[in-house]
Design a protein around this ligand. Structure first.
Ligand SMILES: *[C@@H]1O[C@H](CO)[C@@H](O)[C@H](O)[C@H]1NC(C)=O
Ligand SMILES: *[C@@H]1O[C@H](CO)[C@@H](O)[C@H](O)[C@H]1NC(C)=O
Ligand SMILES: *[C@@H]1O[C@H](CO)[C@@H](O)[C@H](O)[C@H]1NC(C)=O
Length: 232
């Protein structure tokens, strides 16, 4: 589905043409992370759907991509048909002031990006240059429906490592604490397949929700979004 060489080329071009903000310290290479042992996932207190593990996360990532929807002719609402996102390491900026709002900074850059710019080019524009991998959907193991996958097998130090992926099964879901009509839900997922992580969380979402309703015959839509993903 993705060519690493092509993505690397696009990534290098993006690094050259964009005036990337100064990276604090030495920028990590693609797929490399900083120490995540002190990283803490900040969850709303008044809920039990998303429960932070007691161990440190393995990866702290920024996701930049799209949520896809189709118009259900029975409900005249948009229903999810999956998502595609590029995942950047943000463990290296975890304790910097930029971290709290990186998803908004990235969303603004992504929203303003011309159609020719891929999500993979956005990381370098927001001081998150290290591409960890990709998030997309695959046919569910049952053969019916789709399951979300986080795939690090083609990038950085995991390139060529066929087990560096995780397919998730949703176990928790809360509406976004702010602007939930605009921002997609915060989620908890457990490992259903793969060795990359045992739990995945999507939090700090920006945009991605479809319009509230659709008319019969509406075309499929893709809605840009960003989020933080914590993999444990
Ligand atoms: C989402 O939509 C885009 C077009 O906007 C398409 O390229 C992509 O394959 C779609 N992905 C999924 C999982 O539906
Ligand atoms: C949890 O608190 C947030 C504000 O901190 C509020 O917006 C939200 O509605 C609350 N959710 C529940 C389920 O009480
Ligand atoms: C391959 O990836 C898996 C999952 O991240 C990891 O546990 C394993 O150590 C990796 N293997 C090598 C040779 O790097």
């Amino acid at each position: 589905m993705f060519s690493f060489q092509l993505l690397s080329a696009l990534f290098s071009v993006a690094l050259l043409v964009s005036a990337a903000p100064a990276f604090p310290g030495t920028p990590p290479k693609a797929g490399e992370c900083c120490d995540t042992s002190a990283a803490i996932m900040d969850l709303p207190k008044n809920q039990t759907q998303l429960v932070a593990p007691t161990t440190a996360p393995l990866f702290v990532a920024l996701g930049v991509g799209i949520q896809n929807y189709t118009c259900s002719t029975s409900t005249l609402k948009y229903t999810s048909t999956g998502a595609v996102a590029s995942l950047f390491d943000i463990s290296c900026i975890d304790k910097t002031p930029a971290f709290a709002t990186i998803q908004t900074t990235a969303f603004n850059a992504w929203k303003a990006a011309p159609a020719s710019l891929t999500a993979t080019a956005i990381g370098a524009k927001v001081a998150a240059p290290s591409l960890l991998g990709f998030h997309y959907f695959v046919t569910a193991a049952s053969g019916t429906g789709i399951s979300p996958k986080w795939d690090f097998t083609s990038t950085g130090k995991n390139a060529g490592n066929a087990t560096a992926f995780v397919i998730g099964a949703k176990v928790g879901d809360i509406t976004a604490p702010t602007d939930s009509a605009t921002n997609v839900d915060w989620l908890a997922l457990n490992n259903a397949q793969g060795s990359l992580a045992s739990k995945i969380f999507r939090i700090d979402t920006v945009a991605g929700q479809p319009p509230a309703s659709c008319v019969a015959g509406s075309a499929d839509i893709s809605v840009k979004y960003t989020a933080k993903y914590y993999l444990y």
